[in-house]
Design a protein around this ligand. Sequence first.
Ligand code: HEM
Length: 273
Amino acid sequence: MATLNGSFAPARSARRSDWLARSATFCFLAIAAGQLLFTAFILLFYYPPTLTGNFAAWNDKPLITGHVAGDSAGNLFFAAHVLMAAVISFGGLVQVVPAIRGRWPAVHRWNGRLYLICALALALGGLWMTWGRGTWLNYIGAIGITLDALLILGFAAMAWRAARARRFADHRRWAIRLFAVASAVWFMRVGYMAWGLATGGAGIGKAMDGPFDLFLAFANSLLPLGLAELYLRAGAHDTPAARNGTALLLGISGLIILAGSAGAWMVMWGPYI
Ligand code: HEM
């Protein structure tokens, strides 16, 4: 079976790696379904008013600081941010699919450049919206998303450098880490919904300052990154315990992501389009 890194394992180790490959594929399909829903929401809710200059329509949905009359710089940053959000959410999925990398390397290269540009612009623009425009509800949340921006900038630089130097094994590792942290904003929404479904919203504060909010402020990037790291290590070390444990974790994560994505569509995205 083809694994996410696009390699075909020999017959004996293929049997051993079957579960890891299968659950990695399942987890990826769950991520893809969730990110496609997020992309559809951005395209349907943000693109029409942003491209026609009707910025005030952003505020039809609850936001911390969306359109503010007279704040041209802030509104333009927000416009660029939501336009690029759809590109990175869809483009990331295209980058990870091995069949596309193998069959159309030029698509992988050009989409990769676009992905990196969007990652830099979203991270730097997001930092400005947070600290320059003052779009935050509490310090912990602001520091959590700042950590995500710094991880995006660092991993983007490492993935780019490794690709330029043609160190493709390194490039793949940094790119998977980048994909994990660049998905944090989406993962935070899915995480809130999955947690809400499971617990009825325990630990979520009115100003997003409850224990769960504080946990998710950092877990939104660190959990996907940890999972990506386990996947990379399980593939490298090849012990049955590591592979089976990681396979189980990826399978459970896939189920949580499916439930959270369905919830996000029903509560956070679908009602506004
Ligand atoms: C890299 C992937 C990112 C994506 C796909 C993304 C996506 C989005 C989307 C779709 C919105 C509109 C709000 C909504 O409808 O939920 C938004 C708003 C925002 N983003 Fe990002 N973003 C990313 C990264 C970041 C980063 C790294 C930061 C901060 C350092 C950031 C800061 C913000 C802020 C402050 C807002 C305004 C929130 C509000 O007013 O409620 N974003 N982002």
